[in-house]
Write a protein that binds this ligand. Structure first.
Ligand SMILES: C[S@@+](CC[C@H](N)C(=O)[O-])C[C@H]1O[C@@H](n2cnc3c(N)ncnc32)[C@H](O)[C@@H]1O
Length: 288
């Protein structure tokens, strides 16, 4: 529908609200939420951008992913209930036809490039220690969930996101400014390999599968070698997947045991089954 059609439908819709009081509540709600409604339109359903290149990995646990059998479903934007309703409404499929026209279907791989809200709670409330006064860095901050999670679930003094894609940086900056998070969150546009200074300023670095779908295997190895060289001893690393799993498919030459020490979750508390899965996937290390 074009603008004129949208306008006349809107006027007719607003006219059907059945009392002055309800109409006034509706317009009040609209004025408070209009920015969020507009923001929803900024991303397509799969929350990827034409300005980024997503590379299906050739090695490692996700090397079975390809353009036919994989869809990108952002776990920060869509929880399980929302996913179910997208499938029910026919906007998303859980399987693909292997043999067009037949009933021979296979389940699609769902890949999220963002941390879910339960994962963020687990990271900042169960796994990491008290972060009062500390600096948190999220490498590859994308839509910004780790930054918002650190803001809500921790007392970190400074929360920095670095993201190589300019459009995602703009999106995060709009959220950070719009929600009034600028007192603690800073979003930087850049390649982490050019910013050893930020690595060195951080007490905690979050790496949520940053490189697997975004860089070639050769660059992937070079980036880890750079991180190995530049990150200060004592820094806490939160990684998904574990470094052991990540390095199994890469020839980094890094001896994990001489670089990092695995640590157990600092504040394990009451968690449900879903969060237990999250805890099992999120690993904490201290750089030696
Ligand atoms: C899997 S997403 C991580 C999203 C976010 N950290 C989270 O947990 O929700 C990885 C992001 O890293 C970005 N990225 C990849 N290589 C990068 C680099 N060298 N420097 C900065 N960002 C990078 C990608 O553009 C992508 O948006």
């Amino acid at each position: 529908m074009d603008f004129q059609e949208a306008l006349s439908e809107f006027i007719s819709f607003a006219g059907r609200i059945d009392s002055k009081d309800h109409r006034s509540k509706f317009f009040q709600w609209l004025s408070e939420n209009i920015k969020d409604l507009q923001n929803e339109k900024r991303l397509p359903l799969d929350a990827t951008l034409s300005s980024e290149t997503i590379i299906c990995p050739l090695v490692g646990p996700n090397s079975d992913c390809n353009a036919t059998n994989t869809i990108h479903v952002d776990a920060f934007l869509y929880d399980d209930d929302l996913l179910d309703s997208l499938v029910e409404d026919g906007k998303l499929s859980r399987s693909y036809c292997k043999d067009c026209g037949s009933k021979n279907t296979s389940p699609l791989n769902f890949v999220s490039h963002s941390a879910s809200i339960p994962r963020l709670r687990v990271i900042f409330q169960e796994i990491l220690p008290d972060l009062t006064g500390k600096v948190v860095l999220d490498i590859g901050s994308r839509l910004g969930p780790v930054l918002y999670g650190a803001y809500y679930y921790s007392n970190a003094a400074r929360i920095i996101g670095i993201e190589i894609n300019q459009e995602f940086v703009q999106l995060q900056s709009q959220v950070v400014q719009g929600k009034g998070f600028t007192d603690r969150i800073e979003v930087i546009h850049g390649d982490i390999c050019q910013r050893a200074d930020i690595l060195k300023a951080a007490n905690v670095i979050v790496l949520n599968n940053v490189f697997e779908f975004f860089v070639s295997p050769e660059n992937h190895v070079k980036i880890w070698q750079f991180l190995r060289r530049e990150i200060n001893p004592g820094t806490l690393l939160v990684t998904i997947p574990s470094l052991e799993e990540e390095f199994a498919a890469l020839n980094t030459g890094i001896v994990l045991g001489s670089w990092v020490k695995p640590l157990p979750p600092c504040n394990p508390g009451m968690i449900d089954d879903y969060e237990e899965l999250e805890v099992s996937e999120v690993k904490l290390y201290q750089v030696l």
